[in-house]
Design a protein around this ligand. Structure first.
Ligand SMILES: [Zn+2]
Length: 274
């Protein structure tokens, strides 16, 4: 398990990728149900570190810490303290935050890209109390209606404690953070754009789950709620990124920070930053 914090300096902000987990996800065959065996073989050849010898995706789950302009905020919260249904492992986000010099009460805002368990995990501790008790937790309102029951329970508890802020169309924080609606993986899936001093970073959430989707936005993940919408969203993200607008931050890429225009068309790597 690699526990190194990966930092990216973006204008006057520091963004840290904190690896909550590294685990074996579904078989690559099940992850991309519509892709041919030949293409999957190509994927394994191109991204060998992401596929185990017995054909499972080997995937990290990152949360992102943003520090700057008086903010100490998280984008998503990893799988959390309860055992992952895939591997039985528990997440390490809190110790990584501690290594970064941050205590949970320091977190001012938690932005949630969507209501899947590997993104909501640390919101409640093992006593079902808010881990980030001083933070407002921000999520697209569409996710409240479509969240699976365990996620619904978490969000309801936050709501009762006045720690949940849901938004209808867009949400902004100051002049530097704004939402970008990226539906498909879930109905209300929303990415977050950080811009500072001419530099930009788009927190993808699960709009792209594997770096092969940088070259193949049309490759549908079995977990995507609406596959056509997910393809459309990935194409829009890639149009933005390949025009040189900035960095992408991806929850489940081995190297979480990507400058997409540099990696498009490259056969050796889908990631150019670390
Ligand atoms: Zn995820």
């Amino acid at each position: 398990m690699i526990s190194t914090i990966i930092n990216l300096r973006l204008g006057s902000y520091t963004v840290s990728a904190l690896r909550d987990l590294q685990e074996h996800f579904p078989r690559v065959r099940d992850a991309f149900p519509d892709v041919s065996n030949e293409e999957l073989t190509q994927l394994t050849r191109q991204y060998p570190a992401t596929v185990t010898p017995d054909g499972f995706l080997d995937s990290p789950t990152f949360a992102f810490l943003i520090r700057g302009s008086g903010q100490t905020m998280l984008v998503d919260t990893g799988m959390g303290p309860r055992p992952s249904p895939f591997s039985g492992q528990t997440g390490t986000l809190l110790s990584m935050l501690s290594d970064a010099g941050v205590d949970p009460p320091d977190i001012t805002t938690v932005f949630l890209t969507h209501a899947h368990p590997d993104h909501l995990g640390w919101i409640l501790d093992l006593k079902m109390q808010p881990t980030f008790a001083n933070a407002r937790h921000v999520i697209n309102r569409r996710e409240l209606g479509s969240a699976p029951p365990p996620a619904r329970l978490i969000l309801d508890l936050l709501q009762k404690q006045n720690l949940l802020e849901s938004f209808e169309d867009t949400w902004t924080l100051g002049e530097t953070l704004q939402t970008v609606f990226t539906p498909g993986h879930t109905p209300g899936h929303t990415s977050l754009l950080l811009h500072s001093d001419g530099a930009q970073l788009l927190f993808l959430g699960d709009a792209l789950v594997h770096p092969v989707q940088l070259q193949h936005p049309e490759w549908v993940m079995g977990l995507d709620h609406d596959s056509q919408q997910a393809i459309h969203t990935r194409q829009e993200v890639m149009a933005w990124a390949s025009a040189g607008h900035g960095w992408l931050a991806a929850t489940h890429f081995q190297r979480p920070f990507v400058r997409a225009e540099a990696s498009l068309g490259r056969a050796d790597s889908g990631n150019s930053a670390g």
